[in-house]
Design a protein around this ligand. Sequence first.
Ligand code: EPU
Length: 339
Amino acid sequence: MSHASLLADYSLRPHNTFGFDVRARHAMHIDSVEAAAALVDNARIAGMPTLVLGGGSNVVLTRDFDGVALIVGIMGKRVIGEDEDAWLVEAGAGENWHAFVAWTLAQGMPGLENLALIPGTVGAAPIQNIGAYGLEMGERFERLHAVELATGARAEFDRDACAFGYRDSFFKRAGRGRFMITSVVFRLPKAWTPRADYADVARALEGASAYNAQAIFDAVIAVRRAKLPDWTVLGNAGSFFKNPVVSADAFEALKAREPGVVSYRQADGQVKLAAGWLIDRCGWKGRGIGGAAVHERQALVLVNRGDATGAQVLELAEAIQRDVRARFGVELEMEPVCL
Ligand code: EPU
């Protein structure tokens, strides 16, 4: 059996959007489902801890990794079928997410345009159920294919098995590190309906009497560019915390003290708070620890000014959590995975 080559002392800098220069003892590029399934038979990596990396857009690498980093490069985009209501399109886990979204639009198959410009790969998208501007990936998801690393067995997960939640899935919890996602199938409805209620997007579309999916795609790109730092210039992992959800009672008590608190009532009566506002209100915007800082235009994003370490980012994140807890009595949960 042929194996992908095993690289030694490998810099993970190009494989994490914070740009931390940590090293893996070993690394392998996995370019096919067969290569993923063959890992279990590879005696050279037997017993080693593994770290599956896509674009590295949702990890904080705080130290060197004493194991084998598996860099997923399984490519391919294709329309695999259709029924009366929808097209089914499949993409390899290693495909760039944004390029895939642009490709679906070019095929005349809209539905993912609100998720334009999200960093990372197709294979990483289901792990935290990426979402933005009124749409979550889970709403367009059909199934995914994966390989169980310890056995080499191929597995298929439908939407229920993925257990998607807000920035959450089976793979972020129980399935963490167990499976390598190899491809994802999306269901794109033929009857397109715009999602343009999000205030920033609505503003960017203002003036247009009629708009199509391309216009929403362009508007989302403009909004993201205005607010969110480009990781190729200023390393970051997008929102660093989830927007916390509190009970209606806790919200009323908070609102009495902080009338300006930005909030969104949920279907179940609970209230989601804008974590960016909480952090901003604590005075953190633009401030930092060492090379790690809170972005100047969006307090929910922590950035690497150039010489930060993952440990400094974590130190900053913990200081922010303490301040938000002390001032508002609210717990902020980190969005990226810390290693
Ligand atoms: N706000 C401030 N100060 C700030 C930042 C935000 O006051 O520094 C307030 C503003 O009132 C603003 C509100 O918070 O209107 C919400 O901010 P924004 O519209 O930027 O959205 P967000 O809640 O901070 C979430 C997602 C983003 C996603 C946007 C748009 C989470 C954790 N984050 O951010 O997702 O792009 O909504 O849908 O849910 C990501 O997950 O990495 C991510 C970027």
